[in-house]
Design a protein around this ligand. Structure first.
Ligand SMILES: Cc1cc2nc3c(=O)[nH]c(=O)nc-3n(C[C@H](O)[C@H](O)[C@H](O)COP(=O)(O)O)c2cc1C
Length: 152
């Protein structure tokens, strides 16, 4: 069964990572990953089977910890995940960001995991390395196995 990857990408890093991840999955032959980019212009998407979300971080102002969180640019993705059918089928979040942001590193993904009550299964910086691609692929595989065995 193909697994959808919903993601947003403003400066192209997440798009580049998702492309590498999808290509890597093809070489492994266990499951197919299908990238779906979400932008302002995307109509509502209803996911009817298990999928994952890749979430970059864009915070503007506030330190995100005790000083407010002002998320910019990732709202279209959040709105898609808030659709009830999608909340039911979301299996996990993969966060990305830049460690220079210290405590705010991948904060948007961490907040989504809490909001949507799903695990944050992996994280990586910027466009990710080939090591990150392999690690994220394995995290997806492990989560799929976990969910399958809990249904048996
Ligand atoms: C205005 C701005 C704010 C950012 N804020 C954060 C942040 O708070 N935490 C973090 O981990 N990364 C932050 N980043 C880094 C981005 O999440 C990172 O560059 C990511 O790879 C961007 O993904 P994209 O190119 O797919 O849009 C910020 C980047 C920009 C340009």
């Amino acid at each position: 069964m193909p697994i959808h990857l919903l993601y947003s990408s403003i400066s192209g890093n997440t798009r580049a990572f998702v492309k590498k991840l999808t290509e890597y999955a093809e070489t492994q032959g266990h499951f197919t990953l299908i990238p779906i980019e979400i932008s302002d212009a995307t109509a509502d998407i209803i996911e009817t089977s298990p999928f994952f979300a890749l979430v970059p971080t864009y915070l503007d102002g506030g330190n995100g910890i005790d000083n407010g969180v002002f998320e910019i640019l990732t709202d279209p993705l959040r709105e898609q995940l808030e659709i009830p059918e999608n909340q039911q089928n979301l299996l996990g979040i993969i966060g990305s960001g830049n460690k220079n942001f210290n405590a705010q590193y991948i904060l948007t993904a961490r907040r989504y995991a809490v909001q949507f009550k799903v695990p944050l299964i992996a994280n990586y910086e910027l466009r990710g390395t080939s090591n990150d691609v392999q690690r994220v692929y394995e995290a997806i595989q492990q989560r799929l196995t976990e969910v399958q065995s809990s249904h048996n």
